[in-house]
Design a protein around this ligand. Sequence first.
Ligand code: ADP
Ligand code: ZN
Length: 751
Amino acid sequence: MFIRVALPVPGLDLLTYRVPDGVTPAVGARVLVPLGSRIVTGIIVESRAVAEGVEGVEIKPIRQLLDSDAFIPPDVVDLARWTAEYYAAGAGETITAILPPKTRGDRPDAHKTRRVASVTAAGAGLVAGLQAGSADLAPSCRLSGRQREALEILAGAPAGIATAELARRGISGDIVSRLAGHGFVMVRQERVDRDPFEAGAFTADEADVSRHLTPEQESAVTRLSAMVAAQTFRVSLLHGVTGSGKTEIYLRVAAIVRAAGRRVLMLVPEIALTPAVAALFRQAFGDRVAIQHSGLSDGERHDQWQRIRRGEIDVVVGTRSAVFAPVQQLGLIIVDEEHDGSYKQEESPRYHGRDVAIVRGQRAGALVILGSATPSMETYHHAVAGKYERLVLERRVLDRPLAAVTVVDMREAYAAEGPEVVLSRALRERIEIRLARREQVLILLNRRGFATAVFCRQCAGTLDCANCSVSLVVHGEGSARRARCHYCNYSVRVPPACPACAGPYLEQTGFGTERVEAEARRFWPSARIARLDRDSVRRKGSLDALLTRFRNGDIDVLVGTQMIAKGHDFPRVTLVGVVSADVGLGMADFRASERTFQLLTQVAGRAGRGSELGEAIVQTIYPDHYSIQLACRQDYTAFYQREIHFRQSMHYPPLVSMINAVVRGRTFTRAMDDAAGVAERLREADGDRHAFRVLGPAPAPLGRLRGEYRTQLLIKSTNRRRMREALLAAIAAAPELQRRVSVDVDPVSVL
Ligand code: ADP
Ligand code: ZN
C-alpha cells in the first residue's frame, strides 16, 4: 500500500511512500521517511494512495510510523491542503508549518516533568496507626521526627505532593528517599504542562459579570446567538466603533457556544493582545482556555497544543497561526480587528489568517465573527453584497463620546516654529495639560529609529544599505549611534564623513520614535516616558512588562509605532498625539489610504475609553487628504465610498483578485528578463479571452533586497483560480526559475 506524505521542505509537493502490508496508517499521523540521504518526519496526508509510478523509479518504504492515530486532526490536514493550493505554496511546507514546535524535526516530544511523592499503602497504614496510638512501634521507631512529619503531610495528600513543594516546606529530597527506601513513600515522574499564564501573571480587572449590556450590545448578542443556534456556517461582521464593547459580545457568544458543547477559536492580530484577551476568557471559562502564538517558548506552545489536541480546551486564543489549532467541534471563530495586516503571513505559505478562518468555519459549520471598527475593504464589500451579515455598534459603552480629533497642519507649524519641529506647540500644550492632571498620553509615529536617513550636503547622497535599495536608519545617539537596515539588519557606525565623496557635512534627516522619545524627555524631564516599538521590546516578556507598567499608571507618556494603536484598552489615556499621520501615504501601495485611515481611527480610538473625555491631535502635511480628513471625522462609511470608487476605477481588490509575483535575480537585467518571460507566457495563455490582466514586468518598489534584484508582475482577474493556474504553469515552463519567484495571492503589501 502507498501513502502520500507532506515533508518540511520549501516548495516540495507531497511524496509517495510504501507501507508494509497489514498496516493502515491514519491521515494526520507522523511518519519517518527517507528523503535523499536524510531521514525526516512527515505527516501522512493520504493513506490509501495510488502510486503514480514513474517507470523505473522505485517507491521507497517508510522507516517508521510514529503515531497510531492522527497526530494532526484530519480536518486540519485538509485545511492546510486547501491553504497550500489557494496560496500557491508547497503542500509539504504548508502542512509542516502548522505543526507545533518540537514535533517538526526528528526530536521526540519533549515534556517537562516533575517528581511527585505520595504515600504508599504501608505508609498510610502506619500513619493511621500512629495517630490512633495503636501502631506497632517497630517500624515507626525507625523513623526520625522529620521523616514522621513528612509521612503525616503526605498522608494528608493522597494524590501526592511535588518534591519541589516538599522542599519548600523543609522536607529535603533525602528524607523523601529514606521514606521511599522503607517502602512508605513512592516517587513518580509526572508530566507537567507548561502554562504561559503562570509566567505572564496577567490578570484581568475584576469583570462585572452582571453588567448590563448596552442596547446595541444586547441586540448584537441576541442576533449572534440565533446564528449560533442554527449550527451552520455564517459570517457576521461586527462593525463597532472603538470602545463599543466588542470583547464583551465575544465573551457572551462564546459562553453560549460552550454551553452547547462546542468550542471557540479566537484570533487576535498581535501577540501583545493575547494576554489581556486570554485573561478575560480565563475569568469566564477557567483553565479550559489555551494560548497559541509564536511568542511562547517552544515548551509552552507545545504543551498548550497538546492540551488542545487532547480535547482539554474549550477556547483557544492566538495569533494568525492559531487558525490551524487542532480544536475539534468548533462552533465559533472570532477574528478580532479583522482588518489588521498582520493576519497575512509575509513568507511562504503566504496565507491570510482571516480568510483561512472563514474557510475553516465553513467546513466546521461554525459561526465566524469578524470584528472591527474599521473593516477591511474586502470584508465591508462582502457585507454590502449581503454575503456577510453586518451588525453595528455606533456608540461607545456608557455613552462615552468618541475622542474629538484636531488636525494640526504641519506646514504652518514649520513656518511658525522652524523646520526642525517634531512636536508642534499645539500638541505640546495638550500634553502639558494631561501631565498636570496625571492622565496618560499616547504618541504615535509609525517609524522606528532616531533619524530616517543620513544625507550628505556635498554630494546629496544618502547612506544606503549594502544589500538593499533603502537608506539606513540611524538608531541611538552620541557614541552609540549606528545606521541600520530595517530589512536585512546590515549596520554600520555613522561615519564622520561621506563614504562617497568624503564630504564632511553629513546631516541626519527625518525622524522616528527614538527621536520623539528624546524630544519628549527634553520638554518634560520629570515625566515618566517610555517607548514601545520592535526595538524596545526585543527580549521575551519585555512587551508584557511595558504594557503592564503603562496599564498600572507607572508611565505618563508612551511613544510608539502602530503597536500602541491596536486593540488595547487603557482607560486612563485621555490624549493621543499622532506625530506624522502621513507616514504611510507616500508608499507605492494601493492600500496606503486604507491603512492610514485604519491606523488613525484606531489610535484615536485609544483615547477617552475611561470616564474622562478623550482627545486626539493629528499632525500632518496633507490635512486635506481624504483618509486623514475622514479618519478625523471617524466616518467609516464615507471613507469606504470614496475608497471603493478609487479601487473600482483602478481595477484593484476587492473588485478584482490580484496576485503579486516577484522575480529575484543576481542582476537587474536577469530579474527583468525572467519576469518578462513569465509575463509573455501568461499573455499567450490568455490569448484574446482577457481573463486576466498582466501589469509589468517592472522593478518592485523595493528594488533590491538582501543582495538580490527584484522585479514584479501584478496580475489581476475576476477569476482567481484561472489566474493562479496560468501563473503557475508559466513559471513551471522555466523550471530553473521556480526558486526565484515568490507568488503572493491576495497580497496585503505589494512592496
Ligand atoms: P472595543 O473592542 O469595541 O474597542 P472593548 O471591548 O475593549 O471595546 O470595551 C471597551 C471598554 O468598555 C472595556 O473596558 C470594557 O470592559 C467596557 N465595557 C464593555 N461593555 C460594557 C458595558 N455594557 N457596560 C460598561 N462597560 C463596558
Ligand atoms: Zn538591507
